[in-house]
Design a protein around this ligand. Structure first.
Ligand SMILES: Nc1ncnc2c1ncn2[C@@H]1O[C@H](COP(=O)(O)OP(=O)(O)OP(=O)(O)O)[C@@H](O)[C@H]1O
Length: 230
């Protein structure tokens, strides 16, 4: 099997943290290309930090990150990380996904606007386009943030708890979008506490105490043990 085509990102003995605090310890892991990977583990186990390392926004203290994807990764943060008071509409929020292509100060082109419209339609939020982001329900906001990630048109999409707090139908709708993206050749990694969403993924990475056990097994338990069924 050709490593370059089967792996999107490979981590080699990656240690990372915040100042003196080590959060991830000597992580060896691969993110399979064109598959959906779930990142599971208890609160504070380092899932968001690992997403940051995979995306390149968080530099490891030691170890290396090998990249085989083509585009700049799209990182979608937890919806709780976005302040309610942010004075932007849904359309503007999704349009921020074009900044990497367009630059912060350049006007959006017709193509950019078409991408924004398509991504809102895909997440079924076109009718919310002119609403302030802060006026949305949790599930609607989650979809707006995911639409922003899609608007980046990356081949590596990293999502921090995209289904947390959503009802079953809303969770299903998001997983369906992720399945479509996979079929289009996008590599997806999402952090989750949701056992069903993790089971649905093609591949799981279990974090515990800053260490990782890689798994493709049938399920994570409600309290992941750090090891995994194979
Ligand atoms: N900016 C920061 N500065 C210092 N410590 C941080 C920072 N961000 C996270 N941490 C710490 O790093 C550890 C891992 O946090 P991280 O957010 O990566 O975990 P997580 O698994 O995503 O948690 P959760 O499931 O609660 O979202 C925690 O102990 C957290 O307190």
């Amino acid at each position: 099997m050709n490593h370059r085509t089967s792996v999107a990102v490979a981590l080699h003995r990656v240690t990372a943290g915040y100042g003196p605090r080590t959060v991830l310890r000597e992580i060896d892991a691969s993110v399979p290309a064109r598959r959906v990977t779930a990142l599971v583990g208890p609160n504070g186990s380092g899932k968001s930090t690992l997403l940051g390392v995979v995306s390149g926004v968080h530099a490891p203290v030691s170890g290396t990150v090998e990249r085989f994807h083509r585009e700049r990764p799209a990182l979608v943060v937890q919806r709780s990380a976005v302040p309610d008071t942010l004075p932007v509409t849904v359309r503007e929020t999704v349009a921020m996904g074009r900044w990497a292509h367009r630059g912060l100060w350049r006007r959006l082109t017709a193509d950019d606007r078409a991408v924004v419209a398509t991504c809102m339609a895909r997440l079924d939020i076109a009718d919310l386009a002119d609403r302030p982001l802060g006026a949305l329900s949790g599930g609607q906001r989650q979809r707006a943030l995911l639409a922003q990630g899609l608007a980046q048109q990356s081949d590596l999409l990293l999502l921090d708890e995209p289904t947390t707090g959503l009802d079953t139908a809303a969770q299903r709708a998001i997983l369906d979008v992720l399945a479509d993206l996979r079929a289009e050749g996008v590599t997806v990694v999402f952090a989750t506490h949701d056992a069903e969403a993790a089971r649905w993924a093609d591949h799981r990475l279990h974090l515990r105490d800053g260490r990782l056990a890689i798994g493709t097994g049938p399920e994570p338990t409600a309290a992941p043990s750090g090891s995994t069924a194979g």
